[in-house]
Design a protein around this ligand. Structure first.
Ligand code: IMP
Length: 427
């Protein structure tokens, strides 16, 4: 199979970094197609922990081509920092390809993100504050700046001259901010543009050629289905399309280019930021999942909200992405409970809902209908294959498979690469 997509099936943080890294070993090209440095992927290689926000996880392996597609919003300061950080740890010859059509996050986007959030009051989205939403807003409003502009000093100045006056009018009139000087932006971003210049190209051409040549291409989704601007819990979403449909637009490839679509889901559910979360646990069980699973954000360090596995959510993800396989992560975290639960449907005013509703007021009233499973022992660290798993853990995985209707191809029982049980080949 020449191409596999890795897609978050919940609210992000499902462990896509680990699976992407695992698959990247077999891949030739790893492509990001949406999001920006709001994402945070933690990858463990031996005893080293790598935290990447923008560069595709494949970068850690030698000789992989890493692509930042046109659908990504790029903070050039963060990207240069990541390149330098990897170099300092001995990863120097990056085969990085950045789309010339990718939009750039500039200082005013970060400022706008903060100011907008502070004015939302009780309706706060809980954004990562990285300027993601404002950069995508400018892209759609046709006043964005692209990588191709950033790396050409003349174009950069021209584009800034065209868009900055309106941006400053907005900052002054809506937020009482004095505005941002053009020279300040040119001084900060001009030099980083020049540093990134060598990587900037038509990545649609590059990825399409790779696919044609039969090279193995891995599409690495950031965030998750329930944070998708179209399919997620709007307005508590990110501003891009993490779902499989986003790949064609965000990488510049045909929708027919994707062979396998692997949904990544944790064996329970987590969410950072605000918004509906039907299986959230506000009790000692939720706390125990958070502590055992180290459920604190990679990007912002915020504690994650925790709850039981929600099969309504993942079934919905299976539909909107066309998932062909599931990877079930962090099964070890649930070890040691007497009983574990899977939400199979919602009860809304006495009515059984099998499908995820769009209305927030309905969601807020939805009571999870649970199926219970017997727990398994705390320590799974010695387990390396499916047969080695306790019968109760196997029954739990099979219960999820049934409830979601997608085969579980991989089960993860720890952070290390070896703690991954493959039930059917992915690449
Ligand atoms: P933004 O993407 O910074 O605009 O944030 C919008 C929403 O998406 C907030 O609820 C964030 O917490 C959430 N979010 C963004 N990126 C991630 C991620 O990588 N993992 C989990 N949640 C995320």
């Amino acid at each position: 199979m020449p191409s596999v997509a890795v897609i978050g099936s919940q609210w992000g943080d499902e462990g896509k970094g680990k699976i992407t890294d695992y698959l990247a070993e077999a891949a030739d090209v790893v492509v990001r197609y949406q999001g920006g440095n709001n994402a945070g992927h933690t990858v463990m290689v031996g005893d080293q922990i790598f935290k990447l926000h923008l560069i595709p996880s494949g970068a850690i392996h030698p000789n992989k081509d890493c692509v930042i597609g046109n659908g990504v919003v790029v903070d050039p300061l963060v990207l240069v920092d990541e390149i330098d950080g990897l170099a300092a740890r001995g990863i120097e010859r990056l085969r990085l390809h950045i789309s010339e059509r990718a939009h750039v996050i500039l200082s005013y986007h970060k400022l706008q993100d903060e100011l907008e959030e502070s004015q939302r009051g009780a309706d706060k989205i809980g954004t990562t504050g990285r300027g993601i939403g404002p950069a995508y807003t400018d892209k759609v409003a046709r006043c964005g700046i692209r990588m191709v502009d950033l790396v050409e000093p003349k174009l950069f100045r021209q584009r800034l001259a065209a868009v900055l006056p309106a941006k400053n009018r907005l900052l002054r009139s809506l937020y009482g901010h004095p505005g941002i000087e053009m020279d300040e932006i040119l001084e900060t971003y001009g030099p980083v543009g020049q540093r990134l210049r060598e990587y900037v190209k038509d990545t649609s051409e590059f990825v399409t050629a790779a696919l044609k040549a039969g090279r193995r291409v891995l599409f690495e989704g950031a965030q998750g289905t329930m944070l998708d601007v179209d399919h997620g819990t709007y307005p508590y979403v990110t501003s891009s399309n993490p779902t499989a449909g986003g790949i064609a637009a965000g990488a510049g490839v045909s929708p027919r280019a994707i062979d396998r679509i692997l949904g990544v889901a944790k064996a329970y559910t987590t969410r950072v930021g605000t918004g509906p979360f039907p299986t959230e646990l506000h009790d000692a069980i939720g706390d125990r999942i958070r502590e055992r699973g180290k459920e604190y954000g990679t990007t912002t360090g915020r504690p994650r909200r925790c709850g039981w596995f929600d099969a309504v959510v993942v079934r919905y993800a299976a539909r909107v992405n066309g998932l062909t396989d599931l990877a079930l992560m962090s099964v070890d975290t649930l070890g040691g409970f007497d009983e574990v639960k899977v939400c199979v449907a919602y009860n809304y005013r006495g009515q059984r809902l099998e499908s995820f509703p769009a209305r927030q007021d309905v969601l807020e009233e939805c009571e999870p209908i649970y199926e219970s499973f017997a727990g398994w022992p705390e320590d799974l660290s010695a387990v390396r294959d499916w047969d080695g798993l306790p019968a109760e853990a196997k029954a739990y995985v099979e219960g999820i498979e049934r409830a979601v209707g997608v085969p579980v191809a991989a089960v993860s029982i720890g952070r290390a690469r070896e703690a991954t049980i493959l039930r059917r080949p992915l690449f």
